[in-house]
Design a protein around this ligand. Structure first.
Ligand code: THU
Length: 138
């Protein structure tokens, strides 16, 4: 799965966004070590704080299915009815969820806009000095 293909999957996922309050729709496509793709969209709530981001939707679906190892995620987002005119970086909560299941040195986060801009970071670059499961080992 190339990054370009994965970005297309994230764009498809974005069409499922439920964002009646912010009108900011986000899609994510997460790849497991075995090459399976999990899609996620943001799911908002009238009690705003319950909103689930696209990235966490993808992770939680995958973990429910028994997946625990991941290689990369593509994220696209922006105000609804636009192509996603700017890059949409994962929020702090989603970065922490990634930290639970991903190797920060190798897990790749790909951000793409609606045109041809795309950037790629490791989780470590996006969450330096992250706290994770290794911190709780004796
Ligand atoms: N959102 C995501 O789904 N992922 C991100 O990376 C950033 C923000 C959602 C949450 C909320 O539904 C809307 O975008 C505006 O914050």
């Amino acid at each position: 799965m190339t990054n370009a293909e994965l970005i297309l999957e994230a764009k498809k996922a974005r069409e499922r966004a439920y964002a009646p309050y912010s009108h900011h729709s986000v899609g994510a496509a997460l790849v497991t070590k075995s090459g399976k793709i999990y899609h996620g969209c943001n799911i908002e709530n009238a009690a705003y704080g319950l909103t689930n981001c696209a990235e966490r939707t993808a992770f939680f679906k995958a973990v429910y299915d028994g997946e625990r190892e991941f290689t990369k995620i593509a994220i696209v987002g922006g105000m609804e009815d636009t192509d996603g005119n700017e890059l949409c970086a994962p929020c702090g909560i989603c970065r922490q969820v990634m930290m639970e299941f991903c190797n920060p040195e190798t897990f790749k986060i790909i951000l793409a806009d609606g045109k041809d801009k795309q950037v790629e970071f490791t989780l470590k670059e996006m969450l330096p000095y992250g706290f994770g499961p290794d911190n709780l080992k004796k």
